[in-house]
Design a protein around this ligand. Structure first.
Ligand SMILES: [Zn+2]
Length: 484
C-alpha cells in the first residue's frame, strides 16, 4: 500500500493577492514617471556651454579683488539647434567688492524653460607686500645689537598693515611676516652679517700742503678719524714720515688709521721746508683793493688753501676787508690812496700825501706801520712822465731812504687789461711760473676773473712743487728798470 503524504500548501486569500499586485503596479508607474521626467528634461532642455579664452568653464569662477570680470562666451543648443541668440543673461559682478555673484542664463524653447547659473566669487587672492628699509642682507658691526632700520607692509585690500607685521628673530635672520584679512600670507627675511668691511674715514686737519721755514719748528696739525664700528679711542693711527726743518726739501707725512676689524685708510700731507725767498717761491700780490665781492672771496680761498699773500691796498673798499687781510696773516702793503696817476705823480709831495693817506688807514685799522709798497703802474711806468719828468727816478730812491721797500713783479697775470677770463689768467700765470727764480705775480683783487682763477692757480702751484709766501721786509726787493 502506498502512503501519500500530503503537504498542505498555504494559500493566500485572493483579496490579499490583489492588493500586492496594485502596489507593485503603482510603484512601477511611479518609477517610470521619474525616469521619464529625468530623461525628458535632459533630452528636451536646451544645453548651454560657457567658455572663457576658448576654454570651457564650470559653474563657478573665482576672481581676484579688482580683477577685471570678462564675460564668458556661451553657446546654447536645443535639439541640435543653435538658440544662443535666445539666451537672456542677467546679473552683474562688481570685483571692487568681495563676495559671491550670480549670472543667470535663461533659455526657453518649446515646452521647456531652463536657467543656467554661473557663480562668480570675488576674493582677495593677493599676498601683502613687506618693504624693508635698508638692505635685506645687512652688515652689522661685530658685538653690537642690530638696530631695526624699519619696515612697512601694504595690502591691496587692507592698505597699510604695518602694525600687523610680526617680527621674529632666528639666529642671524630677522623674519617679518604678515597675513591680510583674507588670510594671504607674506614673509620677508633680513639676514644680518656680523662683519665690519668699511674702512675708517680720515681727513687732514690743516692743509694738504704745508710750508715751514728752515730752522723753524714743525707742528703736525694731525688728522680727523672716524669709523662705522670702532670707537675713536680704539682706532689706531700710525704716522709715517719725519720733517727735518734743518734741511730744506719736500717731506711727506702719511697717516694710517686702522679699525678693530683691520680695515685701513690712509692720507698724505706734503711739507716743504724752505728758505725765505728760495727759488720756486710764488708771491701772490693783489693790487687796487679791497673790494666787496672779490677780495672777501679771495681771502676765503687763501684761508682754505693755507696760502699767505700780499695786498697792496688803496683807500677804496671796506675797512673790514683790510682788517681781515691783516688778521688772517697776509701782508698789507701800500699802493697809494687814490691811485690817480695825475695826482700821485704830479710831484714828490703829492705822491707822499697820497701814500701817507693810505698808510694812515692801515695804521688805523691794524695798528701797524706798513713799509711794503708798490708804485701804481710799477716803478717802470712811463705814464708818470706826463705829469712829472723824472719822478720815478726820484721816488724809487727816496722811498728807500724813508724806510720803505718797494716791489714790482716778474709775472703779470694779465688781469690789468688784456685778459678777461679766469681760464686765460690761469693759463698765463701757470705757463710763466718758474722754479729757477722767485715769482712775484701781479694780480688785482678787484677783478672777478682773478678771483675765479685763484683756486686753480694755487692747486697748480702746490701740485708742481712751488711754495707760496708773502712779501715781508726780509723779502729781497724786486725792482724793474725805471723809465722816467
Ligand atoms: Zn694798481
Amino acid at each position: 500500500m502506498s502512503r501519500k503524504i500530503k503537504i498542505k500548501k498555504r494559500i493566500r486569500p485572493k483579496k490579499e493577492q490583489e492588493q500586492i499586485k496594485k502596489v507593485a503596479i503603482l510603484i512601477s508607474c511611479f518609477l517610470i514617471l521619474i525616469i521619464l521626467a529625468i530623461t525628458s528634461t535632459s533630452i528636451l532642455s536646451p544645453k548651454i556651454t560657457l567658455t572663457l579664452n576658448n576654454k570651457k568653464i564650470g559653474k563657478t569662477i573665482t576672481l581676484n579683488y579688482k580683477e577685471k570680470y570678462i564675460e564668458p562666451d556661451y553657446k546654447a543648443i536645443y535639439q541640435n539647434k543653435d538658440i544662443t541668440d535666445k539666451v537672456v543673461v542677467t546679473g552683474t559682478v562688481n570685483t571692487k567688492k568681495m563676495g559671491e555673484y550670480k549670472i543667470y542664463y535663461k533659455m526657453k524653447e518649446g515646452l521647456f524653460a531652463h536657467t543656467y547659473i554661473l557663480k562668480v566669487i570675488v576674493k582677495d587672492k593677493s599676498s601683502p607686500a613687506i618693504k624693508l628699509r635698508g638692505n635685506s642682507i645687512t652688515d652689522v658691526c661685530p658685538n653690537t645689537e642690530y638696530k631695526e632700520e624699519g619696515f612697512s607692509a601694504y595690502d591691496n585690500v587692507d592698505k597699510d598693515i604695518t602694525k600687523k607685521v610680526k617680527v621674529k628673530r632666528v639666529k642671524n635672520k630677522i623674519i617679518y611676516s604678515v597675513r591680510d584679512s583674507s588670510g594671504n600670507y607674506k614673509e620677508v627675511i633680513r639676514t644680518l652679517v656680523y662683519q665690519d668691511k668699511k674702512s675708517p674715514t680720515i681727513s687732514l686737519k690743516g692743509s694738504e700742503y704745508e710750508t715751514v721755514y728752515l730752522d723753524d719748528t714743525y707742528h703736525d696739525s694731525g688728522v680727523d678719524i672716524n669709523d662705522n664700528c670702532t670707537k675713536k679711542d680704539k682706532l689706531v693711527i700710525k704716522t709715517i714720515g719725519e720733517v727735518d726743518t734743518k734741511r730744506a726739501g719736500r717731506y711727506e707725512m702719511c697717516y694710517i688709521a686702522e679699525d678693530e676689524a683691520g680695515n685701513k685708510e690712509e692720507i698724505k700731507r706734503v711739507i716743504n721746508v724752505v728758505e725765505h725767498g728760495q727759488n720756486g717761491t710764488i708771491y701772490l700780490t693783489f693790487d687796487d683793493g679791497p673790494k666787496n665781492g672779490t677780495t672777501n672771496v679771495i681771502l676765503d680761498i687763501l684761508k682754505e688753501e693755507g696760502v699767505k699773500a700780499t695786498f697792496f691796498i688803496t683807500n677804496n673798499g671796506p675797512d673790514e676787508l683790510v682788517k681781515r687781510e691783516y688778521e688772517e696773516g697776509h701782508t698789507v702793503g701800500l699802493h697809494t690812496a687814490s691811485h690817480d696817476y695825475a695826482t700821485v705823480y704830479s710831484s714828490k709831495e703829492s705822491y707822499y700825501n697820497d701814500l701817507y693817506s693810505v698808510r694812515d688807514r692801515v695804521k688805523r685799522i691794524t695798528g701797524q706801520d706798513a713799509k711794503i709798497i708798490r708804485f701804481p703802474g710799477g716803478s717802470s711806468n712811463t705814464i708818470s712822465r706826463r705829469y712829472s719828468e723824472g719822478i720815478m727816478s726820484l721816488l724809487t730812491k727816496d722811498v728807500i731812504t724813508k724806510g720803505f721797500f718797494y716791489y714790482d713783479w716778474n709775472l703779470a697775470s694779465g688781469d690789468a687789461g688784456e685778459l678777461h677770463t679766469s681760464d686765460a689768467i690761469y693759463e698765463n700765470v701757470t705757463r710763466n711760473l718758474s722754479k729757477d727764480r722767485v715769482n712775484i705775480v701781479l694780480m688785482h683783487d678787484i677783478k672777478p676773473y682773478t678771483r675765479d682763477a685763484l683756486k686753480n692757480i694755487i692747486h697748480y702751484g702746490k701740485e708742481n712743487g712751488y711754495i707760496f709766501d708773502k712779501i715781508t721786509e726780509k723779502t729781497e726787493m724786486m725792482t724793474q728798470r725805471v723809465n722816467n
